[in-house]
Design a protein around this ligand. Sequence first.
Ligand SMILES: Cc1ncc(C[n+]2csc(CCOP(=O)(O)OP(=O)(O)O)c2C)c(N)n1
Ligand SMILES: [Mg+2]
Length: 1012
Amino acid sequence: MSDKLLVPDIGEFEKVEVIELLVKPGDEIDINDPVVTIESDKSSVEIPSTISGKVESVNIKVGDKVSKGDLLLKIESSQESLSEKPIPKDTEKIIKQAEATLKSEKKEDTTQQKPAEEKKQTTIKVTSDKDIDPLETQDWLESLSAVVEKDGNQRAHFLIKELINKAYQEGANIPYTQNTPYINTIRPEAEVKSNGDQNIERKIRSIIRWNAAAMVVRANKKFPELGGHIGTFASAATLYDVGMNHFWRAKNNKFGGDLVYFQGHSAPGMYARAFLEGRLNEKQLDSFRQEVKSGGLSSYPHPWLMPKFWQFPTVSMGLGPMLAIYQARYMKYLINRGLIKDEGRKVWAFLGDGEMDEPESLGAIGLAAREKLDNLIFVVNCNLQRLDGPVRGNGKIIQELEGSFRGAGWNVIKVIWGSYWDSLIANDKTGHLAKIMNETVDGEYQAMKARDGAYVREKFFGKYPETKELVSTLSDKDIWRLNRGGHDPHKVYAAYDQASKNKGSPTVILAKTIKGYGMGKTGESVNTTHQTKKLDVDDLLYYRDRFDLPLTDEQVKNVEYFKPDENSQEIKYIKERRMNLGGFLPERTTYSKPIKAPTKDIFDFMKVSTGEKKMSTTMALVRMLTNLLRDKNVSPKLVPIIPDEARTFGMEGFFQKIGIYAHEGQKYEPEDSAQLSSYREEKTGQVLEEGINEAGAMSSWIAAATSYTNHDIEMIPIYIFYSMFGFQRIGDLAWAAGDSQARGFLIGATAGRTTLAGEGLQHQDGHSHLIASTIPNCISYDPTFHYELAVIFREGLRRMHEKNENIFYYITTMNENYVHPGMPKDKNCEEGILKGMYKIKEFNRYKKTKIQLLGSGTILREMMAAAEILQNEYQIDSEIWSVTSFNELRRDGMEVERHNLLNPDKNQKISFVEQCLGKTEGPILAASDYMRMNSDQIRPYTNKSFYSLGTDGFGRSDTRKNLRKFFEVDKEHIVAYGLSVLAKEQLIASKYAKEAIKKYNIDGNKPMPTKL
Ligand SMILES: Cc1ncc(C[n+]2csc(CCOP(=O)(O)OP(=O)(O)O)c2C)c(N)n1
Ligand SMILES: [Mg+2]
């Protein structure tokens, strides 16, 4: 049977150009195979077949303009076409559900018709939150206890929920609190016990504590300027130890490994453990924070500085929590796309309670809950202090965080009190202990741990006679020993166990600890703890005794490291535990396979002229990506990341083609389901559509860009953003990406201060290249023509993903439509594009006066137009250089200059800028759509006179033409400035410049655009 394939609904577009035929008569095609590519002035989309069979005839040709309903192909069909298929099951289900709802709504309607007066008013009125009837309260509480005893917690919880719902329906609009009392979430009887040897573990923990502190003290004895932190790890030692001994599985050839984001300032603790494990030696510990000579240990977790050790940079606070959330989400993405196995791997993130003040720390917790990231566990070390003082002196950080996390949908486990409290809490029959626990604020809790047992008895237990009585048989010493949950390995173990088994939501463990635990008078729970990096002899002796370390006074005075014999119980134990968990942590390794760069012909279409067709580089990029999706090596590895701008960039075709990742698939029929580019969400979707969330999108990009090491699978992330909302918005994450050795593409679309015309000051980017240049392993380009983009992109694929260089690319693309020429035949062109400049055109008619014109991005075209005017109207010759990267040229220039200065007696090298311009004639005039500083970067690397134009100042909205005039980068200004430059260099008379300034109505007295 012969069938017709027609142009489907393409939304608002009509008469859209066919730019590619992907099938020919005789081809066998399947449903969903792309058959033609059509392109509007905004985007290009492939049309998939809805019929399978043999192509009988192709009824259109390249260049035709088509609209909905036009005939594309005739197909000898082998199956029913999609349009003839019965209604899909899902759709049928949706219809049935809708019908059912309609029916039930009708029923409700009848009840609503009852007169309002008939409704019995049973509104519950709460007059005061004080107990007005304690006996009644007692009744209710006893009933509840009976339910718990008879039918368990779940039933009790259900009844409470029902009660609250009922109260709400009856008009008691009292919000349900997200908080539970200030006690541990896990009851002592529900705690899962560790099978570890607690004695040995305590000894090991004490040794690690000692060595971690010793490292910092020793470094500062030698060089007081080095700094370091003792108090952070002192408060977190147990939290780390329990994880290391029992939970965190390392990566090896059988398992992908858990991923642990360590709190930046606790780095000494990780080094101290690695020392006992035999992974670091004393000499290395002694070079803590002395990294200039190789082998030094970095102050904080920095994969760039210790690439075999650290996996995640976390010290810039707030980044760790976000990165960990998106890492866990990305892990699920890889699993759902079938790219890695689901091995039950977890992402653990250790955070400071002060760090939770960063908006980023809490900013993405909603996503974690929404995406049901049960592979994610946050541990917040609530030592109640940050750098200057208490985190919440007048409140309770644990309660505050509990509310935020539970409200967002997380599983919250509070680990507040240690085991010594268990019996006291069990004996708190009157509830007064729980009451004081709730009433006491963090400032008081902190102060108590800076004092002693007598103080705690008086200030805490002394508040009510009932609690005073509760501790009457305890000595002050006993009271002092009442420990906090985060220092109790049993409580921590139970929490980790429960967190690891939790299903359907992420978990946060809020562990209460003491900052500077064990540091004594100088450093325990005092406001200055964070900065303490020196301990005097008395403090050190106290520390030794506090943790029962087998060190002599002499050893303590010398602050000697302590490592038990290789055959000791402790060393054997620590190694055995790690062997059971698959190896050591942290450890950074890479076993991913490179991706073969696509053949050059994939890019060939970008090397020929577009003829009369105008397009933007953004559109060229999207076409290129569409083509890349046809390369079988590259296609599955692409991770397009978009923060709610796909339509801005003409990428909506990707929705249908590769789907949007959605962990639960698509539960609704999209409004635009009949259209070609309809919004398609899928569990195996490839696009990460992040919503209006640049920091989240960048975190996703970092996860994908480091996939080669964290998941041993090389991926190609391409994050496309409005250039202004790129580096400027997420600069610190980009810096962390450099540290992480990310590999991938960042695309600053709609770039340029004058090229994005109407959007105004906060949208128009004239400086992102300068920010990009600050990151040493970020390679950036500002291409003008589609062949430049193709050469740059392919080289990026080759360098990063085939040759595995630890670099990433920042490429700006624009939204200005123009004709793109074919790639020049010059054999050096490709090399020039990649190094940063090449000669694109020369005007040589008069051979009298010459000027070198350097243009970048869209302003290159203004340069080219100006050159023509200079030639035709002023008889000035010129050479025009397309500068694809001032940043790369500068890097080369710096390196060459440095080499020459350090090797005065050797052959002097020549910078690439000088190789290009050294033997040319005339002064240089350079311009880009960025600040002058962009082109000024190469000024030192040429001996010629150099002038630059740029878009310094605040952007504003207007037409492109007016903006270029305002910033003085349009062709008229370039002509006028060019003549002025030549006059200044005494190559022509100044009257020509003066005339041009007049001719183009340029006001010489206009203030600098930076002042407007
Ligand atoms: C973005 C950022 N701002 C400031 C700092 C400086 N800083 C380092 S540690 C610290 C206090 C940390 O307190 P907290 O998060 O509670 O960690 P703790 O040491 O108490 O475990 C500050 C302000 C930083 N590292 N990163
Ligand atoms: Mg803190």
